[in-house]
Design a protein around this ligand. Structure first.
Ligand SMILES: Nc1ncnc2c1ncn2[C@@H]1O[C@H](COP(=O)(O)OP(=O)(O)OP(=O)(O)O)[C@@H](O)[C@H]1O
Length: 286
């Protein structure tokens, strides 16, 4: 099966500042990859390189096209939402839909109208009369109605309330996604997308520090709640991260022997947010 996205040895610097360091990622049809990292880690820069919007060294292919040279061809099959949704203030919602129908061969007007029908956004409203969250919803309705093989979402739910965020991810799975497509999504609210992701790449200071399927992560990482008297033994198993709160210490382990852990306390599977915090904080323990 051909990957829809291939990123090989991609580097990018702003002056002396290396912001992408030897990035390697592939995304296959059916994958929903969460690109997760702290502020300034390089997520947007990476997505911009993918979209041919920023220069880089190394190799990127999106649907077999080099985005830095064949951007126009690539964009037939790619839809994306930037973290700053900009739509002209004077535009009416109905005009935005007609515009998309005119410029994008794969735009499905009915789908956009159905999505908007679930919101409070009237077709005769101008963008300037919409709230920030409503502008984001309009933007999402327009982009998700494009039948694209590759969908790139940079903080798509920024500024949306929790009900609308849930509605967006449901819409994404029910009306957009199928096994022939792939999605890359960045968000700081990892707990909200944990259940829809198939894969995760954690990025820290421009480097991919973990790239795994969500299933593998669930097998690989464990949380141990450890009693005080077992603490030294637990520490000798080299946890990635340890946290004490109200007399209970929890430790995150990577690839530790489950039997040894079970002998020391209660073992559970961590959430992606737990693994993220553990991996991002591991240098502090070293
Ligand atoms: N045009 C630019 N000129 C110089 N440095 C830049 C530029 N754009 C981004 N950077 C730097 O590149 C690094 C990565 O930025 P980027 O926007 O990719 O991070 P991010 O992971 O998307 O962060 P956030 O979660 O805060 O949106 C940061 O250190 C940022 O300061």
């Amino acid at each position: 099966m051909n990957a829809l996205i291939t990123i090989e040895n991609v580097n990018k610097s702003y002056g002396q500042h290396a912001v992408l360091k030897d990035i390697n990622l592939t995304v296959q049809p059916g994958q929903i990859l969460g690109l997760v990292g702290p502020n300034g880690a390089g997520k947007t820069t990476c997505l911009q390189a993918l979209l041919g919007l920023s220069e880089y060294t190394g190799k990127i292919e999106v649907m077999q096209h080099d985005p830095s040279k064949k951007r126009h061809l690539m964009l037939n099959d790619v839809a994306y939402i930037a973290d700053v949704a900009v739509l002209p203030k004077w535009l009416k919602v109905s005009q935005a839909i007609e515009y998309m129908a005119d410029v994008h061969p794969n735009f499905n007007r009915e789908q956009a109208l159905t999505f908007l029908g679930k919101t409070n956004i009237g077709l005769d409203k101008r963008v300037k009369a919409l709230s920030k969250g409503m502008v984001t919803q309009l933007h999402l309705a327009l982009i998700l109605a494009v039948d694209a093989k590759v969908l790139i979402l940079d903080e798509p739910t920024l500024g949306l309330d929790i009900l609308t965020r849930r509605q967006f991810y449901n819409h994404l799975l029910e009306d957009f996604y199928d096994e022939s497509k792939c999605i890359i999504v960045t968000t700081h609210q990892i707990e909200e997308i944990e259940n829809i992701l198939t894969d995760v790449a954690f990025i820290q200071n421009g480097e991919i520090v973990l790239n795994e399927s969500v299933d593998n992560i669930r097998n690989r990482f464990k949380i141990l709640a450890v009693a005080n008297q077992q603490m030294d033994q637990a520490k000798s198993l080299k946890p990635l991260f340890s946290n004490s709160m109200m007399g209970i210490t929890t430790m995150l382990f990577d690839n530790a022997d489950e039997e040894s852990l079970t002998a020391l306390g209660n073992v559970t599977s961590p959430s992606l947010a737990d693994v993220f915090v553990g991996i991002m904080s591991r240098e502090e323990l070293a």
